[in-house]
Design a protein around this ligand. Structure first.
Ligand SMILES: Cc1cc2nc3c(=O)[nH]c(=O)nc-3n(C[C@H](O)[C@H](O)[C@H](O)COP(=O)(O)O)c2cc1C
Length: 313
């Protein structure tokens, strides 16, 4: 498969394993890259020196291209970017911040920069900032998201209509059928998050992976819009948020309830009641925990089958 994204990243398949806090370390990223997709190390949950270790291990585990995702809302940004440059990372996915801040600087060092957006407005801003490609992420997606509730099905064609640079679709894609749909809507590639959480190589806690597999339609919700909107599984912590909302809370009340390290507690330490369990709506279609290589190859096989089905219409 050759298209603007496979050429930009020098990869075999237009499938990108999303950068995800507490899930995508070097094991997952290198497993996906070795099979011809693009693996991403999620720097958001790593101290700078931990990130360096993951990059070094990833370089040992694969000779194929891989990327690092940097959510720009976390501290130590300068140090993180310095490590990325020193370690010779070739591709960076930035999210949750202004793409103008780092794009030019990273590109001067020969790094390709992709920025994640959740609206047409921000896609245009990212294009103006000079990024090499855009990830447009719909409301269905797991993790932090936009406030506008624009679904992948509507966002992708709207962004496609406005921008000229390569476009990657994210949010609600876990199968080859979903991948084909996104590409018919105008995407050059897909970024897949939730499906890869339920993989052997994801660093997420086993109990969280099992809860993802058990999740049904309607078991996730986007909440905490006043802070940073996030889609998560409805557990005891989620119920506490709902209860607080019924009392018309201030932003400070929400910050106090969220506290510190909720995401680590839930997704990494496996506290399914009190932790923040980030996952997308598509969890309802994830029925097993399997090797990342199998996830990728199943997707590509289903994509080809679905393409043939559609061609025969
Ligand atoms: C557990 C989890 C953690 C995530 N962490 C990040 C992150 O650190 N940075 C980021 O840009 N996006 C993050 N996301 C969003 C993903 O990168 C991706 O865009 C999204 O999962 C795609 O939607 P899907 O879950 O429906 O596949 C996260 C998603 C999940 C499920």
């Amino acid at each position: 498969m050759t298209n603007p994204i496979t050429e930009l990243f020098n990869i075999k398949y237009p499938v990108i394993q999303a950068g995800m806090i507490w899930a995508s370390g070097w094991k997952l990223a290198s497993a996906v890259s070795n099979e011809g997709g693009l693996g991403i190390i999620g720097a958001g949950s790593m101290y700078p020196e931990v990130l360096r270790e993951h990059i070094q291990k990833c370089k040992k585990a694969t000779t194929k291209p891989f990327a690092v995702n940097v959510p720009m809302l976390y501290p130590n940004l300068e140090e993180i970017m310095q490590i990325i440059i020193e370690e010779g990372v070739e591709i960076v996915f930035t999210s949750a911040g202004n793409p103008k801040t780092w794009t030019g600087y990273l590109q001067e060092k020969g790094i390709k920069v992709v920025h994640v957006v959740s609206s047409v407005k921000f896609a245009l801003k990212a294009e103006q900032a000079g990024v090499d490609a855009i990830v447009a992420e719909g409301f269905e997606a797991g993790g932090h998201n936009g406030r506008d509730e624009t679904t992948t099905f509507t966002l992708i064609p709207m962004v496609k209509e406005q921008i000229k640079i390569p476009l990657i679709a994210a949010g609600g894609i876990a199968t080859g059928r979903g991948m084909l749909a996104a590409m018919v809507l105008g995407a050059d590639a897909v970024q897949v998050g939730s499906r890869f959480v339920a993989s052997h190589e994801a660093s997420s806690h086993q109990a969280f992976k099992e809860m993802v597999v058990k999740a049904q339609e309607g078991d996730t919700m986007l909440t905490l819009k006043e802070l940073a909107p996030v889609r998560l599984l409805k557990n005891h912590f989620f119920e506490e948020i709902q209860e607080l909302y019924s009392k018309n809370p201030s932003k400070e009340d929400l910050i106090t309830l969220l506290g510190r390290a909720r995401a680590k507690k839930g997704m990494f330490e496996g506290d399914l009641d009190e932790g923040e369990l980030e996952i997308g709506q598509i969890a309802g279609l994830i029925h097993d925990i399997k090797p990342a290589a199998e996830i990728l190859h199943d997707m590509i096989r289903e994509f080809e089958e679905a393409k043939a089905e559609v061609a025969a219409l």
